[in-house]
Design a protein around this ligand. Structure first.
Ligand SMILES: Cc1cc2nc3c(=O)[nH]c(=O)nc-3n(C[C@H](O)[C@H](O)[C@H](O)COP(=O)(O)OP(=O)(O)OC[C@H]3O[C@@H](n4cnc5c(N)ncnc54)[C@H](O)[C@@H]3O)c2cc1C
Length: 355
């Protein structure tokens, strides 16, 4: 029974009952009341279930429309995804920078899924520019992906060939890594993305942690998520980014520039187009690679603590890159720490290899 019809049906039956029907008819009104209530409960359950199933979840796939797609170069591209049903949960406020998370996209023909790293950006309709979602806003659940297609790859190549307006299936969030959560800690603002004023140093309750992040290719999306999301990383990040050329980032590049200008990151870019020799590029990374600092837990915040004291190194990129920097991952497990980081004194305690 359709929900709108329900009140009329009940009202009609009650009217007939009270308008002096036979005692036999009078007996059946409790039946209608019970049946009506059951239908009402089922309808409201169905509507609630339908809304729940439209929320992004690791348990099922949710339909998203490709609302924007732009090639940066012959292999890199940006894709904005908008859920068909507005999302009630603001993932950026929920996950913050304490949770590095990804989503999965299903390729329906070969029934495989691949993981991707959403960014809290959307495309402004009038200007076509990328804009950061302000605190408390999720724009109905829109997010942006930075993607690379591979010649013989299944999913990214398929995604690149889809037109705007096409609907794809997405599940998530899947938490890839959790940074220490400091309860009752103040959020860091993201004002630098909305105007260019230089502001006084922010104050926090506890000493923020500094991290070093080594990324290659689209692995930069993981660093960008931590830096751009609501309540972004409070400490400083040393960001080493290996790529063919920085231009591969397209319109994401100004976000890195702004973060660097405002002292949130210390950026080092290693472009294979400028230094084709791999060993020399690794040597350049080695030269800027810091040694680890000890994690001191919850220490009250002091103004201008001075210096960069990384307590964690995150490594994200293709297998060969991860291997050279931190030793290979073994069957999707972390494997032993080796490579450049080991030789700088880093260990399993303070290095995490992302995928
Ligand atoms: C948590 C997580 C987050 C991710 N986030 C992103 C993201 O934001 N953007 C993004 O573009 N990708 C991201 N990836 C990688 C993504 O999941 C896929 O692996 C990638 O799109 C390739 O899938 P494919 O089906 O196109 O290629 P596949 O069919 O899996 O691979 C075919 C061939 O392509 C080549 N290839 C595939 N992946 C790589 C690689 N990483 N480096 C070098 N060669 C490769 C290899 O030759 C491989 O044999 C992420 C992965 C994980 C686990």
């Amino acid at each position: 029974m359709r929900p709108l019809l329900f009140p009329f049906v009940v009202r009609g039956n009650l009217r007939r009952y009270f308008n002096g029907t036979s005692p036999q008819r009078r007996k059946i009104w409790p039946f209608w009341l019970v049946a009506g209530s059951a239908v009402a409960v089922s309808v409201s359950y169905y509507l609630r279930e339908r809304q729940t199933n439209c929320e992004l979840s690791p348990e099922h796939f949710t339909p998203y429309r490709i609302s924007y797609k732009k090639n940066v170069d012959s292999t890199h591209f940006l894709m904005e995804l908008t859920p068909l049903q507005e999302q009630r949960i603001n993932m950026w406020a929920k996950m913050r920078s304490d949770h590095l998370w990804s989503i999965e996209i299903k390729q329906p023909d070969v029934m495989v899924v691949r993981s991707y790293t959403p960014l809290p950006l959307h495309v402004e309709k009038e200007s076509g520019q990328l804009k950061l979602l302000p605190d408390g806003e999720n724009a109905g659940g829109v997010f942006l992906l930075y993607l690379k297609k591979y010649g013989n790859g299944e999913v990214a190549r398929w995604l690149n060939g889809l037109p705007e307006g096409h609907v794809i299936e997405v599940s998530g969030p899947f938490v890839e890594y959790e940074l220490p959560v400091y309860e009752e800690e103040a959020s860091r603002n993201r004002d630098l993305f909305f105007d260019d004023k230089i502001r006084p140093e922010e104050k926090f309750k506890y000493k923020p942690i500094d991290i070093a992040m080594f990324t290659a290719g689209t692995g930069i999306a993981s660093a960008l998520q931590i830096l751009l999301t609501e309540s972004p990383l409070r400490g400083k990040m040393l960001l080493c980014y290996s790529c063919g050329t920085i231009e591969e980032l397209g319109p994401l590049k100004p976000f890195l520039n702004q973060l660097e200008k405002h002292g949130r990151i210390d950026l080092h870019v290693f472009e294979s187009s400028k230094q084709p020799n791999r060993s020399k590029r690794l040597k350049e990374i080695w030269e800027v690679m810091p040694t680890p600092s000890k994690y001191s837990g919850l220490v009250p915040f002091q103004n201008s603590p001075g210096g960069f004291h990384p307590v964690l190194s995150l490594v994200c990129g293709p297998e060969r890159y991860i291997s050279s920097l931190a030793g290979p991952k073994i069957n999707l497990t972390q494997g032993p720490i080796d490579g450049l980081l080991k030789h700088k004194g880093w260990s399993r305690e303070n290095v995490y290899k992302l995928s």
